[in-house]
Design a protein around this ligand. Structure first.
Ligand SMILES: O=C(O)COP(=O)(O)O
Ligand SMILES: [Mg+2]
Length: 234
């Protein structure tokens, strides 16, 4: 049996009323989608392709960041950015979800959170249109009363603003709202907003080991959440 790792006494007040889940790297492995859309764009601009290993390190800070880093990586002129963005968004729209896989344990984990009576939101730096389309394509849209993309607010994660706004939409206090993500970006935003935060160990985390990030707990699968919640409510 896989063990849940977390401090023996979690440093936040209970009970929890809601959870905010990140999308890419937490609910769905979208590396295949990102890589395919970027390579379609690069081919159209007659630039060299990128490998998935490189792309994984660019995910999690929104589309502008992903595109800028990719153009630098292939040695393209920064002036290509706007055109590249148009081509990339068109490509992504055309293949959203096709090479993406829901991580093992996600369906069980979400069911456990719902059974515990928590309100659920999905908060991602992905454009809202793509986030809603992906959740629908993967049969997860009905689980989230609230879905916000990276274009919903003035600033994206790691700024705390999107988490504060999501708590407002959920009608819960940040201290009673658990953030579940895969990266330093999620943890930094959660800490600054006053939300407890648990990170999954299988996501992208900007290409770095996730266990080095300051978080309240780590799980290898969302299916471990019931055990974690039990401890948190004890
Ligand atoms: O960077 C993105 O587009 C998505 O990132 P997130 O779902 O992990 O917030
Ligand atoms: Mg993520």
């Amino acid at each position: 049996m896989r063990r849940v790792t977390f401090p023996p006494r979690l440093p936040f007040p209970l009970p929890l009323r809601a959870a905010i889940l990140d999308l890419d790297g937490t609910l769905v492995d979208t590396l295949g989608d990102f890589t395919a859309a970027l390579n379609a764009m690069l081919a159209e601009l007659r630039l060299p392709p990128v490998g998935a290993g490189v792309v994984a390190g660019f995910i999690g800070k929104g589309t502008e960041h992903l595109l800028r880093e990719t153009l630098v990586h292939v040695g393209a002129a920064p002036s290509l950015f706007e055109h590249a963005m148009e081509v990339y968004l068109r490509a992504y729209r055309g293949l959203n979800g096709q090479a993406a896989i829901v991580y093992p344990g996600v369906v069980e984990g979400i069911a456990a959170l719902r059974a515990a009576g928590l309100r659920l939101a999905c908060l991602t730096n992905k454009p809202g249109e793509f986030a809603r389309g992906l959740l629908a394509a993967k049969g997860l849209a009905g689980d989230f009363g609230v879905v916000f993309g990276g274009d919903a607010f003035e600033r994206k994660k790691p700024d705390p603003l999107p988490l504060r706004k999501t708590c407002e939409a959920l009608g819960t206090e940040p201290a009673a709202t658990l953030m579940i993500g895969d990266s330093r970006n999620d943890a930094t935003a959660a800490r600054a907003a006053g939300c407890p935060v648990v990170l999954v160990t299988y996501g992208y985390n900007h290409g770095e080991p996730v266990r080095g990030v300051d978080a309240d707990g780590f799980v290898d699968s969302l299916a471990e959440l019931p055990e974690l919640l039990k401890r948190m409510r004890a």
